[in-house]
Design a protein around this ligand. Structure first.
Ligand SMILES: Nc1ncnc2c1ncn2[C@@H]1O[C@H](COP(=O)(O)OP(=O)(O)OP(=O)(O)O)[C@@H](O)[C@H]1O
Ligand SMILES: [Mg+2]
Length: 251
């Protein structure tokens, strides 16, 4: 039987928790992944992410949450098994196809991956420049993305002077390049105080309301309690879809 996550019954369910006939966006088929000949982090794992869904990916530190994102982004290759995105096998892609696949996903990394000596706008500009944006088109795009996180007025500031939460907002703005239909956020509230964590989660929920598929990795149960969504738990090298019930805690 699946493990259960128990939650207070009176919280509003904001996430997409309905069973339905949604399209499958991502699918893991019998995925095994190990590093450097160590025991596998994931062992014969199967799971699906439906288009338009809002998911948590949870599990203890070291369970493999970041590894799952890296596999879905085709940054890592599995030892065996297949990974599909909209029906296309992506675990073995390379070159242009790999680059195009990554562009379809807005990734908010656990460690932000920002260039600290550069300005906010330069950080947001980077992926856009690489794909050929220049001049007014580039400036307009940057402003649009920064407006959504409330940082457009501060775009000339250096990233190294920002708080952790503000860096997270820059990272979210950068993930909006290319209008991806899929967003992954790896521990987006890990280093933030409660009010900033709430703001970041509201923003991420906003991305979902705009019809994207969103996966948030976290081991913060308070977060899962506040913003409900389908929850995938990595445990014992497998991924289980866990159900929400009435009391706090994971069993
Ligand atoms: N590049 C790597 N080389 C070797 N081992 C790795 C590598 N990346 C991850 N691992 C190992 O794989 C396991 C899963 O790591 P991963 O970063 O996916 O966990 P996580 O669930 O994201 O953890 P956290 O909550 O701390 O971010 C860990 O035991 C980690 O040490
Ligand atoms: Mg991680």
């Amino acid at each position: 039987m699946n493990p259960m996550i128990r939650l207070p019954p009176d919280l509003p369910v904001k996430g997409a928790c309905d069973e339905g006939t949604a399209l499958i966006h991502f699918e893991f088929k019998n995925i095994t992944k190990s590093y450097l000949g160590n025991l596998p982090v994931l062992d014969q794992v199967n799971f699906k992410i439906e288009a338009g869904g809002f998911y948590y990916l949870t599990g203890v530190s070291g369970a493999g949450k970041t590894t799952v994102f890296r596999l879905l982004l085709s940054i890592e290759r599995p030892d065996s098994g297949e990974i599909y995105f909209d029906g296309e096998e992506i675990s073995e892609v390379s070159g242009t196809r790999q680059a195009l696949h990554r562009r379809r996903i807005g990734m908010v990394f656990q460690d932000y991956r920002l260039l600290p000596a550069d300005t906010i706008e330069e950080n947001v500009a980077l992926p856009l420049r690489v794909s050929g944006y220049r001049g007014a088109a580039l400036r307009n795009r940057i402003d649009r993305q920064l407006e959504q996180v409330g940082l457009v007025e501060r775009k000339r500031e250096q990233v190294m002077g920002l708080s952790g939460g503000e860096k997270q907002l820059v990272s979210i703005a950068r993930a909006m390049s290319f209008d991806p239909k899929v967003f992954f956020a790896d521990e987006p509230t890990g280093n933030l105080d409660q009010s900033m964590a709430f703001r970041v989660m509201e923003l991420i929920q906003g991305l979902h309301r705009e019809d994207s598929t969103v996966v948030v990795a976290t081991h913060d149960l308070d977060l899962i309690r506040s913003f409900r969504a389908k929850t995938l738990l990595i445990k014992d090298r497998k991924i289980h879809e866990v159900r929400l019930t009435g009391q706090a805690g994971i069993s």
